[in-house]
Write a protein that binds this ligand. Structure first.
Ligand code: HEC
Ligand code: HEC
Ligand code: HEC
Ligand code: HEC
Ligand code: HEC
Ligand code: HEC
Length: 502
């Protein structure tokens, strides 16, 4: 090269590119600031995260794109009006000290840029998988799920462990549906409540079973159920039961018990008549080893054989029973029982259970409205019926009302129309049909075998107390209903025990 090429003004000297560069610089400064704020913050703030790792980098890339667009347009313009002002492509001759210096600087800058963007995209990946992002970024939408989750046994298990799991495929899948969800949220198109079952929930073998495995369930679990009555005395009742969790595996041999269902050898397949899988007209058991099969059909189902054959079948896994392992929307009856047991809500104020459940069950449009109404209604009741108590036991009444308002906020979400009725829990059979969807003595096989409702296949009563007096004690252990109802197998508990009072 004898002669260095004529200096021509850079292609970036045009208005469009200036605008692009300005946008990019402002975005870069903002990213620096936001990342600093995010790393410095004690508690992750979802909005800072979204801005720092998703929105502002998008703006930066947009700015750079605008700059390049400006350069392309400028090149075209010069080709028409001033061809000699089009810069030549650079001659890269590393023997030239000037070029060498420029080359090294470019390479270093490029490396830094690539490294920063790797860290940035890792942060974005990490960030969009965090509980703060899942639970609070779409604040009002996920509010019920996040609130219930935080009070559940899985509060320390990240959302992603159940909803996404590891691996790139599920990450991409979830982010694709996430992108749609983001749109649905902005366009206010999301359904209220968010429906279940979740159509694309990752199979339980890949989520739950990473922490819990069927071989591990063994024997039985003692559970104590405490209730308070709807009478003046809020009569306490206690049932102690041995829940036969059971389990087993091919290596340990066949065992009975509830997790019999999850024994690898037993495959339970079913057809549901409704989207929430609460009505189950057809069930099939298949022994994977011997291939032996039994089909059960609900005696008086409205579905015809052809309809059943045409409906997609589902193979039972953990979430068919544990559909509420973490988003547990408690019925008012249970929430008040728990609060009375803990003495947060008074057990001795007359009719407290009845009044509390009634106030928590009414229909409200907003949480604020509900909280105000609970306060007003309960005070009004005691002022009318027990005026002396309002002054003599003011502290107790205030404390109870305070806790009832807090309970409302954790179990009912009028803004999202979400509560125990929209998202029933399939464990047990007390407040919703649960196990009795199949175990109802009415699913019959060709040879007359029934899916049993025999109480003792699932649990044994060890003891039953009422108002502190032992009513029933093992070994003569049959559950004794407080009100004589005759044959307990002939009824569904949830028909009366709706969770909203008696
Ligand atoms: C222990 C596992 C687990 C964890 C942790 C978990 N979920 Fe879920 N989630 C489930 C199951 C199971 C369902 C219901 C599946 C069904 O019925 O099909 C569900 C359902 C949902 C639904 C549908 C609506 C509803 O209330 O059922 C949303 C939304 C949801 N989860 C969001 C979240 C968010 C946000 C987090 C983290 C804050 C989270 N989940 C953490 C297991 C989990
Ligand atoms: C990342 C690990 C992890 C995953 C994934 C996980 N769990 Fe758990 N689970 C736990 C831990 C830890 C506990 C114990 C919490 C405690 O004792 O407070 C628990 C407790 C439970 C319990 C007992 C709850 C109780 O009331 O005591 C059930 C039932 C359960 N998990 C079901 C599930 C189901 C169903 C899934 C899949 C949808 C699942 N878990 C996914 C870690 C996990
Ligand atoms: C047929 C319904 C059903 C299925 C299917 C099922 N479970 Fe359970 N599981 C139960 C019941 C009922 C209990 C007793 C707990 C209770 O009453 O709250 C239980 C208890 C548990 C517990 C607590 C056990 C203990 O000893 O503390 C864990 C953990 C658990 N299940 C995990 C799972 C996992 C993981 C799967 C899938 C591999 C699964 N379950 C499948 C019904 C089921
Ligand atoms: C989709 C239908 C279905 C649901 C829902 C269901 N089961 Fe079952 N269950 C069956 C069938 C079918 C059998 C096997 C009947 C047979 O062929 O012996 C069975 C068997 C059992 C057994 C007996 C195992 C043995 O020792 O023989 C237990 C215990 C059990 N289930 C508990 C539960 C519990 C607890 C729930 C609710 C949390 C539940 N099941 C929900 C269909 C169901
Ligand atoms: C297919 C299994 C199964 C059968 C059959 C069954 N139960 Fe249960 N039952 C359960 C499970 C599981 C729970 C625990 C639910 C929980 O942990 O919340 C339960 C809970 C209960 C409770 C405690 C409810 C509460 O919240 O106080 C009572 C009482 C009860 N069962 C009575 C009966 C009676 C009576 C029968 C017979 C007519 C019966 N059950 C049949 C599985 C069964
Ligand atoms: C026909 C309606 C009806 C049916 C069906 C019914 N119950 Fe009850 N149950 C009641 C009434 C009424 C009470 C008494 C409430 C009170 O005294 O406050 C009660 C009380 C109870 C209690 C004491 C808890 C409390 O709130 O005081 C338990 C436990 C119970 N029932 C279990 C069951 C079980 C399990 C089943 C299903 C096998 C069942 N019930 C079916 C009407 C019913």
């Amino acid at each position: 090269m004898e002669e260095s090429p004529k200096k021509v003004p850079s292609l970036a000297r045009n208005w469009i590119s200036f605008v692009g560069i300005t946008i990019a610089i402002i975005a870069a400064i903002n990213i620096g600031f936001l990342v600093f704020a995010d790393l410095g913050a004690e508690k992750a703030n979802p909005y800072v995260g979204i801005m720092a790792y998703i929105v502002v980098p998008g703006v930066l890339i947009f700015g750079l794109a605008v700059m390049i667009l400006g350069m392309i347009l400028e090149r075209r313009r010069r080709r028409r009006s001033a061809p000699d002002e089009i810069p030549r492509y650079p001659d890269i001759d590393l023997n030239n000290p000037g070029t060498r210096k420029a080359f090294v600087i470019t390479m270093v800058a490029l490396t830094i840029f690539v490294m920063v963007s790797i860290v940035g995209s890792y942060q974005a990946y990490h960030y969009t998988d965090s509980d703060a992002f899942c639970g609070t970024a779409c604040h009002s939408v996920m509010h019920p799920e996040y609130t219930a989750y935080q009070a559940s046994p899985h509060a320390r298990v990240g959302c992603v462990n159940c909803h996404i799991g590891s691996g790139a495929t599920w990450y991409v899948k979830s982010k694709m549906s996430g992108a749609y969800q983001l749109y649905a949220m902005v366009a206010k198109k999301y359904p209220k409540p968010i429906p279940t079952p979740v159509a694309n929930l990752r199979p339980a073998q890949e989520t739950c079973e990473r922490c819990h495995w069927p071989e591990k369930f063994w024997g039985a679990q003692l559970k104590v159920f405490n209730h308070f009555g709807y009478d003046e005395a809020n009569t306490p009742r206690e049932t102690r039961m041995l829940i036969k969790t059971g389990g087993g595996s091919p290596s340990t041999g066949l065992t009975a018990g509830i997790h019999w269902h999850m024994n690898i050898e037993n495959e339970t397949t079913y057809v549901a008549a409704d989207p929430q899988r609460q009505q189950i007209p057809w069930v099939r058991i298949r022994n994977r080893r011997t291939g032996e099969m039994t089909e059960y059909k609900l005696e008086n189902t409205e579905m015809t054989d052809a309809q059943i054959a045409a409906t997609p079948k589902r193979t039972m896994d953990c979430v068919d029973c544990h559909n509420r392992p973490t988003h547990i929307y408690e019925p008012p009856d249970r929430a008040v029982d728990k609060a009375m047991l803990a003495n947060h809500v008074s057990r001795t104020l007359p009719y407290m259970k009845q009044q509390a459940v009634a106030a928590l069950t009414k229909d409200y449009n907003t949480t604020a409205e509900a909280v105000a109404a609970i306060d007003k209604d309960i005070r009004a009741y005691y002022a009318a019926e027990y005026p002396d108590l309002v002054t003599s036991r003011k502290g107790e009444l205030d404390r109870s009302i305070h806790h009832l308002k807090e309970i409302f906020k954790t179990i009912r979400f009028p803004e999202m129309k979400t509560d125990w009725r929209t998202h029933p829990n399939n464990i047990g059979h007390f407040y919703s049909i649960g196990c009795f969807r199949c175990h109802d003595d009415q699913h019959v096989s060709e040879d007359g075998k029934k899916i049993t409702k025999e109480c003792s296949i699932c649990h044994d009563v060890l003891g039953q107390k009422e108002a502190g007096v032992m009513m029933v004690e093992a070994p003569d252990a049959d559950f004794q209903h407080p009100v004589d109802l005759g044959d307990m197998r002939a009824m569904n508990c949830a028909d009366c025990h709706t969770g909203s009072g008696m």
